[in-house]
Ligand binder design. Structure first.
Ligand code: ARG
Length: 287
């Protein structure tokens, strides 16, 4: 792991790490006991202590990188609660509550909603099915919104009304990449210091219309291969300079380095058994 300053000889040397605030949930009750995405195999054993150790390293890395990490208490009987990204979507001190597509995760919504209300957010309940930052990603001032598997099209309209932001609907077509955050990553935070924010994505995860829209809006995007995406490489967290990614996504790692980012590989193989990676475990809190 390298935590060094940017190399001034490479493209994008001016990249700056911007401190962020994230919410995480210890995988104390993590296991795979139902199947709501193709990664999950309840017939295969999971190792909760291994999940805890891998998660702890991710948590400690964020702290070491200077970020503020808040915690929500895990609840028994909610094994997917570790995937905090699905717990909501926040901008400007407003938290839009999730409404899960599958009944197995429905109990997480009140837990996360309570946390937001107790921690200084104005909570907006959702009428429409949506899985929070799993399907809503803020790029600059625009919300990219995924649909096709979990969050509904009507939730895209709802999130646009709640935050009064432009929403771009993107249709996901590959069941392995069922949340937008498994198919697309935001590389730059919202700050004028870094200029126009850029993204990375797996072209094959989107229908033709959505792919054309992404090409038009983000001509400099990093295009990621299937080989990197299958480790949930795109399910990463960037602070504008450091990009925490699945260590097995080596092609993506090289592209990031070429562009002046500092990729840092982590092993979340146990949490991959539930169909989640780095980003799934991390919800951005924008106060
Ligand atoms: N087992 C969880 C589910 O299928 C994984 C959620 C992953 N989260 C994410 N933000 N992609 O709902």
């Amino acid at each position: 792991m390298t935590l060094t300053a940017p190399d001034p000889t490479v493209e994008g040397a001016a990249r700056v790490a911007v401190p962020r605030t994230w919410l995480m949930c210890r995988p104390e009750h993590f296991t795979v006991e139902y199947r709501i995405n193709p990664w999950m195999h309840p017939e295969h054993p999971t190792d909760t202590s291994r999940a805890l150790a891998q998660w702890q390293r991710l948590h400690d890395l964020y702290v070491e990188l200077g970020h503020d990490v808040r915690l929500i208490d895990p609840e028994p009987g909610l094994p997917d609660m570790v995937y905090a990204a699905n717990g909501g979507f926040t901008i400007d001190g407003i938290a839009y509550a999730p409404r899960f597509a599958h009944p197995e995760r429905a109990g997480e919504a009140p837990a996360y909603s309570r946390w937001f209300a107790d921690n200084g957010f104005r909570l907006v309940e959702a009428a429409e099915t949506n899985e929070g930052e799993g399907d809503f990603l803020l790029v600059g001032d625009t919300i990219l919104a995924g649909t096709g598997f979990r969050s509904s099209n009507s939730s895209h309209e709802e999130v646009g009304r709640v935050f009064d932001r432009e929403v771009v609907s993107l249709e996901l077509v590959d069941p392995r990449f069922y949340h937008l955050d498994t198919a697309l990553a935001v590389l730059d935070p919202v700050t004028p210091a870094v200029g126009a924010p850029n993204i990375a994505y797996l072209p094959g995860a989107f229908d033709d219309r959505s792919r054309a829209e992404l090409e038009r809006r983000y001509p400099d995007a990093v295009l990621v291969s299937d080989e990197d995406a299958v480790w949930l490489g795109l399910n990463c967290i960037s602070d504008g300079y450091n990009v925490v990614i699945a260590e097995r996504a080596t092609g993506f790692e090289a592209s990031l380095r070429e562009r002046g980012y500092n990729p840092i590989g982590v092993d979340l193989s146990e949490l991959l058994l539930g169909g989640g990676g780095v980003k799934c475990c991390t919800l951005e809190l924008r106060y």
